[in-house]
Unconditional design. Structure first.
Length: 247
């Protein structure tokens, strides 16, 4: 069992914050608003979004890795007993996996600040930049009613060579999780969970929600294609560090 990134909520499902206030916005407004103005004003990144240019956290771009090579080094301290930090960093892990596949030998940084961790948890898409617009890309909502609709949609949408991040909520808890979806050489869907360092069987799709009980509208899982996006330098430099040398 592992713990995912989670923002605290009250009994009605509204987000609560450290100052004790309760947001009157629904989850969709908070998590996935149109990012154009926020990016331009630097409200998320602290400045205009910057594309990674051959270096992340002091690591120069090297040889690209396969996804199986890359996933093992994303979150290497996940199994440390009693340390929950490495069990609540899925929002950073998917971005690190993508960077490793592009040739950056980096891993998740435990020193990730709580403010940035919360922002990235709420908006994991801020780690990417659409090269055609220079803006933060937006997620696509799945219209799936169940796991069968979901897997059919993913199979039709995800093409071989493409990578998507896939965010969802578990049925039995209020926590959300995010993983990477792609296809293998046989054109079969593959689900990779870089937080725990392995792939997942598609059976997990029966354990996720396809509608929010407390939302006025159905709020299904969402996906975002990332292999065709640039990486956001401001975010990647904060959530990563050079891979530690191990015996």
């Amino acid at each position: 069992m592992f713990i995912e990134s989670e923002h605290p909520r009250d009994e009605e499902g509204k987000f609560t914050y450290k100052n004790g206030g309760v947001s009157s916005q629904n989850r969709e407004d908070i998590l996935y608003p149109t990012m154009k103005n926020e990016t331009e004003k630097g409200a998320i990144t602290g400045g205009a979004a910057k594309i990674v240019r051959d270096e992340i956290a002091g690591v120069i771009k090297g040889t690209p890795m396969t996804i199986d090579e890359a996933i093992n080094g994303v979150n290497p301290h996940y199994e440390i007993f009693g340390n929950t930090t490495y069990k609540t960093n899925c929002q950073a892990s998917v971005a690190i996996l993508e960077a490793r596949m592009r040739g950056y030998d980096i891993e998740v940084n435990i020193a990730l600040g709580s403010d940035l961790k919360d922002k990235l948890s709420d908006r994991p898409n801020i780690a990417y930049i659409d090269p055609s617009t220079g803006k933060i890309p937006e997620f696509t909502k799945l219209k799936s009613k169940n796991e069968f609709d979901c897997i059919n949609y993913l199979d039709e949408t995800v093409q071989k060579g493409e990578r998507y991040i896939f965010t969802f909520q578990w049925k039995q808890r209020k926590s959300w999780h995010i993983i990477t979806v792609t296809k293998d050489s046989n054109n079969q869907l593959k689900f990779y969970d870089p937080q725990i360092g392995r792939d997942r069987d598609a059976n997990f799709l029966s354990s996720i929600k396809y509608k929010f009980d407390w939302s006025e509208e159905p709020f299904p899982p969402m996906i975002l294609r990332v292999d065709d996006k640039e990486l956001n330098s401001d975010i990647l430099n904060q959530i990563s560090k050079p891979t530690e040398k191990r015996n």
